[in-house]
Design a protein around this ligand. Sequence first.
Ligand SMILES: [Zn+2]
Length: 374
Amino acid sequence: MSERFAFTIDATDGAARTGSIAMRRGTIRTPAFMPVGTAATVKAMKPETVRKTGADIILGNTYHLMLRPGAERVARLGGLHQFMNWDRPILTDSGGYQVMSLSDLRKLTEKGVEFRSHIDGSKHMLTPERSMEIQRLLGSDIVMAFDECPRADRPRDEIAASMEMSMRWAKRSRDGFDGGGDHAERSALFGIQQGALDEDLRQISAEKLTEIGFDGYAIGGLAVGEGQEAMFATLDFAPRQLPQDRPRYLMGVGKPDDLVGAVERGVDMFDCVLPSRSGRNGQAFTWNGPINLRNARFAEDQEPLDSRCACDTCGTYTRAYLHHLIKSQEILGAMLMTEHNIAFYQQLMQTMRDAIAEGRFAAFAAQFRSEYLG
Ligand SMILES: [Zn+2]
């Protein structure tokens, strides 16, 4: 019988840490980047290709899956892992953030959020209890507490009231998760710290979450338009407000330079649509910064996207060919570009894990920035 959830820190370097999370479906090396599989697919990628890039875990979206194909249907079909052919860990978000950003006619109350589907206008109610039920039906390995994420530029009293409600929802999430029978014995539950950019509110949030008790702690409410400088300023205090011996997950981040700066400040886990979405739009991430393959200067460029990248796209195809595929809106262009970007992110994480283990993270970060930001 393998472990439900065991986080081990193997090495630290400054605030940066590297280690692993052992779970029933596999081990997650940290710092970890989770490709986003919104609608039970990492867009344009087969699960086996996602795995081949080095991803130990992917993220699924509760909001999308509850609307289509529906959580009860996924459960009848054997759960999300079997449905999409991914046998390693899956983290599901709570649906809270996406209800607020995607749906129509939202009504937010203490009970939860009532909304209309952006797909067909049908009416739904998402509460902490229902979010826990949906994530259980999906068969999630890491379940996220249901929270509300206000914009960081709202007045402080609104941010405070929202955070307080999210903490009450965190307790209801904990109770709902614990009442989930077998699933609760096989999976993990993460709480989400809120409080926008305010150190005191984040401290209160961290204390309330720690009192409830979670397997890991997410830093929510960042990467919502505040900019990198404000995000880093918040990450100068937010990670150390959370328990030292639990993984810290920065939600929805980010660009490669965001990841390096956040790992430097003690973050262990990330997710972001950026590598996959950018890939479909013709943007490739490289060690020398992002490049846009639509640009005519790549039309006869026989080099790979990145000469240091070990992915199949870089081992096989030229920038000229990718330029042509993207200009022609060929599906293969999106597939090859996404594969490279996800692989690049995984290579970045591996490089950071190695640098922390070898006690040279500061030197790595300085070299990365000089090459990447040029
Ligand atoms: Zn590549």
